[in-house]
Each structure stands twice: as structure tokens, then as C-alpha cells.
Design a protein around this ligand. Structure first.
Ligand code: SIN
Length: 287
């Protein structure tokens, strides 16, 4: 049997299942193949893995530098960069129940998320992903050229104020990021704005920004940009947190769901700006 991983696309625009991959026997070559698959497909799912938190940590290090900002209450013992994402039988709100990119409010945000399914309800609790590269490609050349030149201001202020699961979290100073970034491996452009955290375009008021941001937040939810991941225990999804939005469905009331998550910085969002000069360059969709 070849050591090469097998890649099976989930949908035309986003997502792939990876076969022939045993994460209890990781190698630098396997990590490199998975990094390429992630850049290409933005979400990769590897099922039926009997992996320990140590394997999860090893895999995460293959993708970048782990973020140490985990909630101390949910950090997994021995791994200060790993946290549990849980919803118990008696809880109503889950984490991530709106389209979002993780932590864009940080000055130097994480670009890859590695999520391991540990306990999954017998039905429900799927996660949706939407490709912001496909969303960008579908815009007019005129709007692309405008967005390529813009930065946006992000903050966790509103999300902390309204999410009961985040009470007590620190509100960080606002962070400014490019609105359009380029993936450093494929060169493909994607939108880097997210409802909840993106408050306004830099140099614009919130009132001026709102109509265009509202359009982008709706545009990015088009079903054809999406894939849906159904979980089973031992499945791991690695997603490119720079070029996808994700949405954790909350359709499993009365049942427990428990995931373990690491976010890593694989590259710098600030260094990935799409320059105005390439605003009308040919699409790199097939890269
Ligand atoms: C999250 O938003 O990071 C949680 C995703 C999930 O639990 O499916």
C-alpha cells in the first residue's frame, strides 16, 4: 500500500475527506501532504482516528505555532494550548452557533483550527463551513478592486457582551486586518471579514460600513460555497481559519457534544494582504 494520502472532495468549492492516513503514526511528509490538502480544500476531515491529545498536539505542531490563549477552565491537562468545546445535556447555548472565523479580533490571529470529535450526539451537532475564496471569486471585478484596498477593524466586544457562554472573557483592543488576503501556498484570494467581530472598514464609520458588510455577510452564506461535516467520535477536521467561515449547529438539545480544539498560527494575516496591483489579475482558482 502506498503511503500517499487519498483526497476525496466533499463539494465543488470546499472540503475534502482524507483517507489512508493514520494519525497515530505521523511523519513530516504526512504533515506536508496535509498542509497542501488544507490549502487546496480549506477543510479536511480525517475519520476513525484513535488519537490521544498528544497525537492532536503533534499534528497541530505540524501546522504552525499553537495559540496559548485557551480558557484556563477548559484547557486539557498537560496541553495549555488545547481546550475542550463542550455542550452538556442541561445547557442550551453552544459555542460557535453563528457564521464566524475564530479570533479575528486578535492582533495576530490563528490561521488553522484542528478540531477532534470526542463525544457526539446520535444525531445533530454538525458543523457547516463556507469558502471565502469562492465568495470572493463570485464578486464583480469592481467590488473586488474596492475590497482589495481596504482594511477592517475587528473586536470581540459585541460577541462577549451577548454570548452567555463567554461571560467574563477579556475584551481586547480592536485589531485591524486586510479585507482581502492571499493564501501563501495557493496564492488564492479570500475575504477576511466575519459577522460578530468585523465592526467597520478602517477609515469608515460604522454607519458607512454597515451596508457593504451586511452584503458580504449575506453573500458569504450562499449554500453553494458551503460544505457540511457530520461528526463521529474519532473524526478530526482541520480547517483554514483564514479562508473559511464555520457554524456549529445547535440542534441536539438534551444531548452532550464534546470536542477538543487547538488553534495555530500557520502564517501572518498582516503579511497576506492582496495588493491593489493584483486587483484585476487572473483568478488563481485552479492553483
Ligand atoms: C467553534 O466555533 O470553534 C466550534 C465548532 C464546533 O464545535 O463544531
Amino acid at each position: 500500500m502506498s503511503d500517499d494520502i487519498e483526497i476525496i472532495k466533499i463539494s465543488d468549492f470546499i472540503g475534502a475527506e482524507i483517507r489512508n492516513c493514520d494519525l497515530t503514526r505521523q511523519t513530516p511528509e504526512m504533515h506536508a501532504a496535509l498542509r497542501r490538502a488544507l490549502a487546496e480544500h480549506a477543510v479536511i476531515v480525517i475519520r476513525d482516528q484513535n488519537i490521544s491529545p498528544a497525537h492532536h498536539a503533534e499534528l497541530s505542531l505540524g501546522f504552525g505555532v499553537p495559540q496559548n490563549r485557551v480558557d484556563p477552565a477548559t484547557a486539557i491537562h498537560g496541553f495549555p494550548f488545547m481546550n475542550g468545546v463542550s455542550k452538556n445535556e442541561d445547557e442550551f447555548a453552544n459555542i460557535g452557533n453563528a457564521w464566524h472565523i475564530d479570533q479575528t479580533y486578535q492582533a495576530d490571529p490563528p490561521t488553522t483550527t484542528l478540531l477532534v470529535a470526542r463525544e457526539i450526539p446520535e444525531r445533530g451537532g454538525d458543523t457547516l463551513f463556507s469558502s471565502m475564496a469562492a465568495a470572493y471569486d463570485a464578486l464583480s471585478d469592481g467590488l473586488k478592486a474596492t475590497l482589495d484596498r481596504l482594511d477592517a477593524v475587528h473586536s470581540n466586544e459585541r460577541v462577549v457582551a451577548r454570548n452567555v457562554r463567554l461571560q467574563g472573557r477579556t475584551v481586547l483592543p480592536p485589531a485591524t486586518h486586510p479585507v482581502v488576503i492571499r493564501n501563501p501556498i495557493t496564492g488564492r484570494k479570500s475575504l477576511y471579514v466575519t459577522a460578530g467581530y468585523t465592526q467597520r472598514f478602517d477609515g469608515w464609520t460604522e454607519a458607512e460600513s454597515e451596508p457593504l458588510l451586511k452584503f458580504l455577510f449575506q453573500h458569504g452564506q450562499r449554500p453553494e460555497f458551503q460544505c457540511r461535516v457530520k461528526w463521529n467520535p474519532g473524526a478530526i477536521a482541520i480547517f483554514d481559519n483564514s479562508q473559511v467561515w464555520h457554524y456549529a449547529l445547535n440542534d441536539y438539545q438534551g444531548r452532550r457534544r464534546y470536542m477538543e480544539r487547538v488553534t495555530v498560527k500557520s502564517f501572518s494575516i498582516a503579511d497576506s494582504r492582496a495588493t491593489p496591483d493584483d486587483a484585476l489579475a487572473p483568478s488563481t482558482e485552479d492553483a
